[in-house]
Design a protein around this ligand. Structure first.
Ligand SMILES: *Cc1c(COP(=O)(O)O)cnc(C)c1O
Length: 231
């Protein structure tokens, strides 16, 4: 078994144990492998080990990797900061985007989603802590953005994403994820059928699973430290 296959097996066990610990039904937490600044060879090992969902942050890097791995048909998720000039490529090359933060971006993703592809799955990124510079909109703005997306049939709103500032105190992190989950529940009560709470990384996945995450985004625990030159 490759090193990555061993880490993948260990991570799945960790997640299963945390589901049990926090009374989450088995199999309710999915794992997205975050492959930014990891080599194509390592991503290939990950896919050989059975990983299907992969997440990239940087569009240019992703556009280089996607064709090289096409034979293994992974499901590509865009999780990086989104800007208007990236929406065309994101809409054409990804199955999911986790970082939608405005009506303008949603509209552009919708307009650019090619007709031969199924609707683009999306999450709204929420800023769940005060001094966060990691992107996302205020919880109070989530409902109006979700409403805006309702008629955009080339998009499918699946849920919410957050990337809270890392904090040494797990309680602080849990409170941030708790606010995210409250926002998610609120949208569900407003009639949105959401199934994805994209929350938790290598460093805070336990807090995220405790607070209802359905999809953790894990990079370094699977691949080790990010590399400087991967392209
Ligand atoms: C890099 C990144 C991750 C993965 O972080 P690790 O600490 O490597 O697990 C998850 N989500 C987002 C949005 C990221 O940018």
């Amino acid at each position: 078994m490759s090193e990555i296959a061993l880490r993948w097996a260990a991570l799945k066990e960790t997640v299963a144990a945390l589901e049990k610990k926090y009374h989450r039904p088995a199999g309710t937490v999915q794992i997205l492998a975050v492959t930014k600044m990891q080599s194509v060879a390592d991503i290939q090992s990950a896919l050989d080990a059975g990983i299907r969902m992969v997440g990239e942050n940087y569009l240019q890097e992703a556009l280089q990797k996607i064709p090289l791995l096409a034979a293994l048909s992974p499901e590509w998720h865009f999780i990086g900061r989104l800007q208007s000039n990236k929406t065309r490529h994101v809409a054409a090359h990804f199955a999911w985007v986790h970082s939608v933060t405005s009506a303008k971006l949603a509209q552009r993703l919708h307009d650019h989603r090619p007709n031969h592809l199924p609707p683009l799955n999306m999450c709204i990124q929420i800023n769940v802590d005060a001094e966060n510079n990691r992107g996302g909109i205020d919880e109070k703005e989530a409902l109006s953005l979700a409403d805006y997306c309702r008629p955009l049939h080339r998009l499918r709103l699946r849920g919410l994403m957050a990337l809270p500032t890392l904090n040494e105190d797990p309680q602080v992190t849990r409170e941030a994820f708790h606010r995210l989950h409250a926002c998610y529940t609120h949208l569900q009560q407003q009639g949105f059928s959401l199934d994805t709470l994209s929350a938790g990384t290598t460093h805070d996945l336990e807090a995220a699973i405790a607070e209802g995450s359905t999809l953790i985004r894990v990079g370094t625990a699977l691949f080790g430290l990010r590399k400087k030159n991967v392209a």
